[in-house]
Design a protein around this ligand. Structure first.
Ligand code: HPA
Length: 273
């Protein structure tokens, strides 16, 4: 175990958290509000947990909230660290390792993303079925164990994807499916990059999530992920994408996203992790 994770586990124990629930959710841009709905919650600011990221992005509060949603205890990571904040793809390494060591089995990753389809008007929801690591960074570089050779053939768990689709039916929200292409950010993409992304098979573009998928799979966690499409990707509509637009549209889409996540939590079988 890395020393940061050991220290994080001690800090959490000091706050009365000696185990974490099997299901954890990373709440991306505009989605942190879900954590405020958690009942009987224990809240620990990331700043109080060694190795956890201190987010510098508006809309990412940086708190671990352990509480009940849809009748089940879940771990909510309210905000994330991004590669573009400090150039470190391991921003979320300690958080995910601690989650895994304290009982986590399934990690649900959420984000805001740009959409590549004219018929996916924002705010739209799209399950991530696969990804393209276009940023080229990898949080597993430098880990001196053969465990680093993580297979990614089924990085996004099929059974959990089926549960997510079932949750979409229950919550009566439309759920698309797509391939997410990771750009480092923090600049948005050029229209030429978006045309290239389309040719390469992407449906969504964004600046997060992929490093977390790699870390989660390294620790043997099952992964499910979903994007909230907040804008048409660069060049697909008249205007410029912006962080303000991402925030505003994520807020508009968050009611549906929250309904989807709560339906997923209710359906998710905690016994299989
Ligand atoms: N590109 C990258 N990341 C994003 C976008 C986008 O268009 N929208 C929200 N996050």
């Amino acid at each position: 175990m890395n020393t940061q994770s050991a220290a994080a586990i001690v800090a959490l124990a000091d706050r009365g958290i000696s185990t974490l629930p099997p299901l954890g959710l990373v709440l991306g841009s505009g989605l942190g509000g879900l954590a405020d709905e958690a009942e009987d919650a224990v809240v620990v600011p990331y700043a109080d947990i060694p190795g956890f990221p201190v987010p510098s992005v508006v809309g990412h509060s940086g708190r671990l909230v352990v509480g009940k949603l849809a009748g089940k205890r879940v771990a909510l990571f309210q905000g994330r660290g991004h590669y573009y904040e400090r150039g470190d793809p391991r921003e979320m390494f300690t958080a995910i390792e601690a989650f895994s060591r304290l009982g986590g089995r399934t990690l649900f990753l959420t984000n805001a993303a740009g959409g590549l389809h004219a018929d996916w008007p924002p705010p739209a929801l799209a399950a991530i079925v696969d990804h393209i690591n276009f940023a080229g960074a990898n949080p597993l570089i430098g880990l001196a164990t053969d465990k680093r050779f993580v297979p990614l053939t089924e990085a996004y768990d099929r059974a959990l994807l089926a549960t997510l689709k079932g949750a979409a039916r229950v919550a009566e929200v439309e759920l698309r499916e797509g391939v997410y292409m990771w750009f480092s950010g923090p600049s948005f993409e050029t229209p030429a990059e978006i045309r290239a992304a389309k040719i390469l098979g992407a449906d969504l573009v964004g600046m997060s999530t992929v490093p977390e998928v790699l870390i989660a799979r390294y620790f043997g966690l099952r992964v499910v992920a979903c994007s909230l499409v907040t804008n048409f990707a660069a060049g697909l509509s008249g205007g410029d994408p912006s962080h303000e637009e991402t925030q505003a549209v994520a807020a508009r889409g968050s009611r549906q996203f929250r309904a989807l996540l709560k339906a997923f939590i209710a359906l998710h079988d905690q016994t299989i992790g």
